[in-house]
Design a protein around this ligand. Sequence first.
Ligand code: SF4
Ligand code: FES
Length: 1048
Amino acid sequence: MFRIFIDGKGYSAVEGQTIIQVADAKKNDLDKGTYAMHHIKTLGVQVEIPRFCYHESLSVAGNCRMCLVEYGMPKVDPVTKKYVLDEKGDPVIQWMPKLTTACSTKVIDEMRVKTHVTSPLVKDAQRGILEFILINHPLDCPTCDQAGECPLQQITYKYGPESSRFEFEKVHKPKREKWGSKIVFDAERCINCTRCVRFFDEYTGTHDLEIVQRGWNNYPSPASGKSLDENPYSMNVIDLCPVGALTSADYRFKSRVWEMSGTETISLNNGKCSNITMWVRDNLVMRFTPRFNPLVNGHFIADEDRLNYKWINENRASAPKLRNVNQFVERTWEEAICEAATILKSYSPSEIFFLGSTMSSLETMYALKKLAEKLGVLNIDYATYRNNLFDNKLISSDATPNRLGAELVDLSSNRVVSVFSLSEDIQKGKIKCVLAVEDDLLNILNYEVLERLESYIVLPHHNLKSNQMAKVVLPAATFAEMVGSFINVDGVIQLTRPAKVLKFQNRELMWELVSSRLDIHGTKFDKWVREENLIDAKPAWEILCGMLTALSKEKSFNSARDIFEKICAEIPDLSHLNYKKIGGKIVLIVTIVVGLLITVAYTVLAERWIAAAIQRRIGPNRVGWHGVLQPFADLLKLLFKENIKPKEANKFYHTIAPMISLVAAFSSIAVIPFSSSILIADVPVGVLFVLAVTSVGVYGITLSGWASGSTYSSLGGLRSSAQMVSYEIAMGLAVVSVVVISGSMSMHDIVKHQTTNPLHWNIVQNFFGFVIFLISAFAETNRAPFDLPEAEQELKDPKPKLVEKQKQKVPCHVAIIMDGNGRWAKKQNLPRLAGHYQGVKIVRDVVETAIELGISYLTLFAFSTENWKRPKEEVFGIMNLTIDVVKRETEDLVKNGVRILIIGDINTLPSDTKQALTECVEKTKLNTRLMLVLALNYGSRWEITQAVKTIIKGIHEEKWTLEDIDETMIQNNLSTKNIPDPDLLIRTGGGFRVSNFLLWQIAYTELIVLDVLWPDFNRTCFNEAIREFQQRERRYGMISEQLEYPEN
Ligand code: SF4
Ligand code: FES
């Protein structure tokens, strides 16, 4: 095994591989044994290297030079034979002087490769190559049939120059040359990559093409005497051609690629069942193109596979009909199916013959067999159809796609009458009634014999001549309109997926259609609008199950998935399979996870609303119906919020603890059935799995508490875990009763048990268990998963530890200079006023934190007397903002016990601002929990001046004398007269100034300057400041010992 480095990243490689093969390895190294081939192309490549001439299934030509890369090898010391290392200890690389082609250069151990991602040289070369290639290529993308799916177009957009310097006449070559009836060639578009030539040389070995002419005039052309019409694989060169030089005569100019939806399915043209993409526009199939599946057809398909689609669109039987004398009357599906069942019941089993088909899916065959068993019919058989022209590539001698399937379900094992003796037995009167499913009876017997039948029931795709003799016509869906499984001649089982919609879709088909079409989000081009393109048909299995139900009055199968599960349970060879293994599991998982996340988010929201209503608090209801967007806000918060790691926390466990809880929660999704058919993994002990996996979340919570490094948080974690465990016990007991009633531990069986009869629903049978489960499940999942990281972070917040241990050191009065709004706005390229808006939001958090910490006074320096010098618009904006905030928050302030006091000269504020403030002060005046002092139009010098004036006035009025003046008198004449001096002054914005703020009051105040702009100030910053304050020793001019022993 080699190791090579591409763009600095290491990849393992095998000796003999080329660089491009290693770059593509992710795609090539698929587990070839898996059946999940449905989404192969979504797997992508390890490193993208653009190419034109290289193709995985052809030899290397190395002629387009598009895959150029730089490569080098570590330098080896000739003496020590060891790598020479640079000062960082990395090997010194000797780069080759010229670029090389990744498609033809074999890897060497420890090779270093630079692609366009890291090498400007490669980027430049690729631009040059594209400019060169495009010199003679016509710029006819708008009219080219390949536009939208053309590698040259895409690669040019991605890697090419934005313009051309070629201003001369381009070289003209043959245009619209017909290479037989299947391919049209435009030589001007050809870039001579020779993929088409190599295909005929290597894949078919027929050497049908050769390059003619020389120099810039050369192009591929059919070799003399060769006709591409004779080659059954020739149309593959259309897909191989990277530039639209080769187009399909059949599809040319019928549709643009962006007008169609593509569905990954299989072709039923013959026993090989090659993989195709079915392209549909306006509910009509427009074309088939090959789809890569190494297990079946590789990259190619036979031309007959590609062209065999028109029958899906044309002459389709539509709407169920009953024959009344000589004319047909349309009936509802129920009526027609009941009539068919009544006819069948009116004959003895030996008088009935069932004609199955190897064109049918396994599910249809199985349903037919079950119907035969119900009626006791033994005569059931199918015709075989063979290809005269077949090969050992992709055209099998078996002309039908599911002969092995028919053998596997034992469709014809007990028959007395076979397809070969049917004609004779009808003529002898032994067989009086025939049910034909997806086959034409006239392929087996002639019309005269058919006329002798008493009753003929048919499930056709088309309006056939034989339909005229039928008593009941029940149109069947084709493979383009249904999901079904087929086993090809090599024993590979694959699914067809619906690409077209039927007039009346069953729920399974709607689900399958959503998960199979490439445009799962819908395109505006394909709206299924034309009524005439909608066929009124049903999948044959559904019609047969309808008859079964009509005969037994019991519901049989709900979906093709249900039938397939039953088949797998009965046939040992298929026991390891289900639909999800055959295809589409990724889509299923993604859909379930997204659906579940949205459901959980809204359940959490509903729970918050209910809790808020019960507790009579406004809470999350404040936002009204706009709150339905809250889960998305939560998601954004979860993704983008600041990741705070407390200093004491163990970083590793701090990070993985929430992951443990989340992974456990998500793992449980795997076994939960979202319907009888939507289930990721059917585990026999699914119930135990859910209980075991969800209880792992407990360890995540405990670990997160411990990882915080705080005793309080560790105890909090343990308390939460204990609470969760107590819910688990209740849930476990409720689930045990469900298991006892259903008789199974499989979640799937439990759901299935309930689908048989509404009285079996656990909510009915086990009502108390349901209530207990619901309450405990709600309690346990409360706030997870969206709020989990937040809860976990709160749990680890070191704040409670400080407050708890040093309660006596919580400052009584904190003053804050809120500086930095303008700078914050400038940094965000926003107007200054936006900074003030953001700053106001922070105030709410700070007030809440102050309450939580037990601070009694909080003074905020909101607007200084100097601030009037700011631009008028800003001042005007601040005043309006003040009015808004005060009006909005007053109600909450009253509720939360916050009293507002304004210091500063509010008489000179605009009248509406003053009025709003006065009202707020009045409304909150009885509150005692926190006094929020707002310094508005405040300046400390102004305040001291006012105090001096009042004192002197008192002397003049002989209220006191000069000797009476002391600090207390001055204090009592300040606007903060009944408020203790601040213990702590915090200033944000990094400036070491007090800015004319509380100059008298802060004489003994501790100062903390934070290098954080006010809008970025948060609870953690506040807590950190308090913590720092608590670590300081306030001596007020004394010594430490005096503080410790006050009596000294
Ligand atoms: S026709 Fe297409 S595939 Fe053939 S050589 Fe030209 S570009 Fe290549
Ligand atoms: S892809 Fe390598 S030279 Fe063409």
